[in-house]
Ligand binder design. Structure first.
Ligand SMILES: O=C(O)CCC(=O)C(=O)O
Length: 296
């Protein structure tokens, strides 16, 4: 995934339709990157004062999710901050404007709205990994024009737990995230095994982004370095894609128009997917953790 941006917009768009993802350099300005990273540092410091997840999002679940198995003041394992743009101007600034969003508008626009935003951290001590899944079954909409944009807040390398994507899988089936009656937030191990060999690692400099179709199969392994690997993940949808289930990360910014206008229309495509379970934990790390045994 070392495509450098010598490609013109139309080539990037063609690549997106073929592969289901695009790598974009300099998706954030230097000042945006610095501001979000400074904000993040202060939250990691704050997490050292807590022994468990803390803060509150709109539905009462904790905003700051720590992996209690390994979290301590010396080895903070803050792994997810939900809807940071609700409480941070630097995050809100990124949600509203960045060069990845220009591409999203070219692909799914002209009218685009915000769906969710979250910070995913892999701090050196945390061991956090993400099992293979598609985002769409967590967030079914009336049509499939949903983009997950993953901004790199650190240089992402093969060693620090890069996002791994399966090219073209957005054109394939929607896989079940339910196993033996449990919503695991992950595809079955046989699906992971069958596809992992095709997966491509998304590496690149801080400030870059990977734009990924919501149906693309992806996951990531743990950070094997002594340095953090953080992603700011913002999901956007076409304005006429109407959610069919509750937003799993509800926020005051849900539905905010970020490009174009509000048309109050609905566009439908035809597909079938099992409904997700509304998460009890704040992040799918909890969902994926709890259900390890049901995956074996
Ligand atoms: O943090 C990562 O490496 C991947 C995150 C992810 O897959 C997701 O949030 O859907």
């Amino acid at each position: 995934m070392q495509t450098k941006n010598t490609l013109k917009n139309q080539d990037l768009i063609d690549q997106f339709h073929r592969d289901g993802y695009i790598f974009l350099e300099k998706a954030l300005t230097e000042s945006q990157l610095l501001a979000v990273n400074n904000q993040l540092l202060s939250w990691v410091d704050e997490s050292k004062l807590h022994s468990e997840s803390f803060g509150k999002i709109k539905d009462g679940r904790p905003r700051f999710d720590v992996d209690t198995k390994s979290h301590s003041a010396d080895t903070p394992a803050l792994r997810r901050i939900t809807s940071p743009a609700e409480i941070s101007d630097s995050c809100l600034d990124v949600v509203k404007d960045n060069s990845a969003l220009d591409l999203v508008a070219d692909i799914f626009g002209p009218n685009i709205k915000h769906w969710t935003n979250k910070l995913n951290l892999k701090l050196p001590s945390s061991g956090t990994e993400v099992k293979f899944h598609q985002d769409f079954p967590f967030e079914p909409h009336s049509n499939e024009d949903i983009m997950t944009v993953l901004f790199f807040l650190d240089d992402v390398t093969l060693e620090n737990g890069p996002l791994e994507v399966v090219p073209g899988s957005h054109n394939g089936p929607l896989y079940s995230l339910w196993h033996d009656g449990v919503f695991t937030g992950a595809v079955g191990s046989e699906i992971e095994l069958a596809n992992k060999g095709e997966a491509v690692s998304c590496t690149g400099r801080a400030g870059s982004a990977c734009l990924m179709h919501s149906k693309l199969l992806h996951g990531s392994s743990s950070n094997r370095t002594k340095f953090p690997r953080s992603l700011y993940i913002v999901s956007y949808t076409a304005e006429d894609a109407i959610p069919l289930t509750e937003n799993p990360l509800p926020s005051d910014l849900d539905g905010m128009i970020v490009r174009g206008i509000k048309t109050d229309t609905v566009r439908c495509s035809s597909y079938s997917v099992e409904l997700p379970e509304y998460p009890k934990e704040v992040s799918f790390f909890g969902q994926q953790d709890k259900t390890k045994s049901s995956m074996m």
